[in-house]
Design a protein around this ligand. Structure first.
Ligand code: 6PG
Length: 479
């Protein structure tokens, strides 16, 4: 005898799903609830039933029946096999025009496959990136929905209700068709990896070269958070550095095993970038740095062999703290420039028509990489939607040119003192690569032509050429 129907349903009520469901309910929506085991559903209603209207169901069929049409079903389960299993369970119960929304960290190619398969049944499949962790899911995440535009008309207003807001504007926008939303979320995570690595390198240099304690460095980060580096990741870094381990009285950062783990979205970003031919070296270095840290056997072999380092007396030739801030900002700009270039390349490849400025806009709050300087990224793309790289936008060009001397000093200090700073160093190499009037790529073309007759182009006339390297006088021929 159920009269009221739910506007939206959530299946998969682990912490992220539960918090999303609560967020919808807190915004006045009636929320249908379902979980593989009913215990979780019951728990949610018992603990948080007072927050809004929930319709709990034990079976998938009852859950589907409790939803108004077109039905909106948010899936919040582990990416991969579990998502397919849930889709297989629900798709037969749904009717044309209904929507399945995958809010997990799915691979965008899986999303493309699922969207195409469900389209044949008349169902809308929306791969939606959701960032902000548990707290974001409850209080306002940044949401990156892909899928068919029509589905956004029916779904968007609900998502916009629960999303984080900046000056009243929701951090949620239709990203583009099929896998566009999950692609953008993946790159968001890749940038998150790069950002975290760069911050970690800054900390390492301040500690090892500057001799500052974790608590002192927390203070430095707090100061930076008030300036152009202001961001969630800088803010939480200060909190982590301030933390003291209760059982030993040591800084928390000194009692944690120094092996960074990963669930895979950073690696996916790099894999996709390789296929698209976009040099996301900052993101790649951060994924590799995590892999290096986790390579316990190799690190032990190196420690056992006592791989030699430099003599320790080198000092930094400048104001270390100010220089590291510059290096961090410049390297961060490079990482974001690379990530946005990857989004633009994929948008072209798949015909997604993604608006990069809109992505910067919805990342300004709610998500893990929220930062003050996203406003400038938005402005850069608003001015010039086809911008080839953020580095040529006036604001970023000024920032990087102002930073470059300090940036070079920091990379030099790291190299001289034997402190690994792959993020800073590779970002600088990328910048110098873009700047170079001539690159040694011409020599590589020569080598390829020499050993494999792979041909080359000339700077002074059109066409393809090959040099007969083994022939007398090495004549050049048209290829
Ligand atoms: C987010 C986070 C979230 C998750 C990362 C962690 O945007 O809310 O990115 O998706 O915390 O996937 O990734 P790793 O475990 O790979 O570091």
């Amino acid at each position: 005898m159920m009269s009221e129907k739910a506007q939206i349903g959530v299946t998969g009520l682990a912490v992220m799903g539960r918090n999303l469901a609560r967020n919808f309910a807190r915004h006045g929506h009636t929320v249908a609830l379902h979980n593989r085991s009913y215990g979780r559903t019951k728990e949610l209603v018992e603990e948080f039933g007072h927050e809004g209207k929930f319709i709990p169901s034990e079976s998938a069929a009852d859950f589907v029946a409790s939803l108004e049409r077109p039905r909106r079903v948010v899936i919040m389960v582990k990416a991969g096999g579990p998502t397919d299993a849930v889709i297989d369970e629900f798709a037969p119960l749904l009717e044309p025009g209904d929507m399945l929304i995958d809010a997990g960290n799915a691979h965008y190619l899986d999303t493309r496959r699922r969207e195409a398969a469900l389209k044949e049944k008349g169902l809308h499949f929306v791969g939606a990136g959701v960032s902000g962790g548990e707290e974001g899911a409850l209080h306002g995440p940044s949401i990156m929905p892909g899928g068919p535009k029509e589905s956004y008309d029916a779904l968007g207003p609900l998502l916009e209700d629960i999303a984080a807001k900046v000056d009243g504007e929701p951090c949620c926008v239709h990203v583009g068709p099929d896998g566009a939303g999950h692609f953008v979320k993946m790159v968001h995570n890749g940038i998150e990896y790069a950002d975290m690595q760069l911050i970690a390198e800054a900390y390492d240099l301040l500690r090892q070269v500057g001799g500052s304690s974790p608590a002192e460095i927390a203070g430095i980060f707090q100061g930076w958070n008030e300036g152009r580096l202001g961001s969630y990741l800088i803010e939480i870094t200060a909190e982590v550095l301030k933390q003291v381990d209760a059982s030993t009285g040591k800084p928390f950062v000194d009692i944690v095993l120094d092996q960074a783990e990963q669930k895979g979205t950073g690696r996916w970003t790099v894999q996709a970038a390789l296929d698209l031919g976009v040099p996301v070296s900052g993101i790649a270095e951060s994924v590799f740095a995590r892999a290096l840290s986790g390579g316990a056997d190799v690190r032990k072999a190196a420690a056992d062999a006592a791989l030699p380092g430099p003599s320790p007396e080198n000092k930094h030739a400048g104001d270390l703290q100010a220089d590291v801030e510059q290096a961090l900002f410049a390297s961060k700009i490079v990482a974001y420039a690379q990530g946005f270039q990857q989004i633009q390349a994929a948008s072209k490849e798949y015909g997604w028509a993604i608006d990069p400025g809109a992505m910067a806009k919805i990342w300004r709050a709610g998500c893990i990489i929220r930062a003050k300087f996203l406003d400038f990224i938005k402005q850069a793309y608003d001015k010039q939607p086809e911008l080839a790289t953020l580095l040529v936008d006036e604001y970023f060009l000024d920032a990087v040119s102002g930073a470059q001397d300090a940036w070079r000093r920091v990379v030099a200090t790291a190299a001289q003192q034997g402190i690994p700073a792959p993020g800073f160093a590779s970002a600088l190499a990328y910048y110098d690569g873009l700047r170079a009037k001539r690159l040694p790529a011409a020599l590589i073309q020569g080598q390829r032509d020499f050993f494999g007759a792979h041909t080359y182009h000339r700077i002074d006339k059109p066409g393809s050429f090959h040099t007969l390297w083994a022939a007398e006088g090495r004549p050049e021929v048209d290829a």
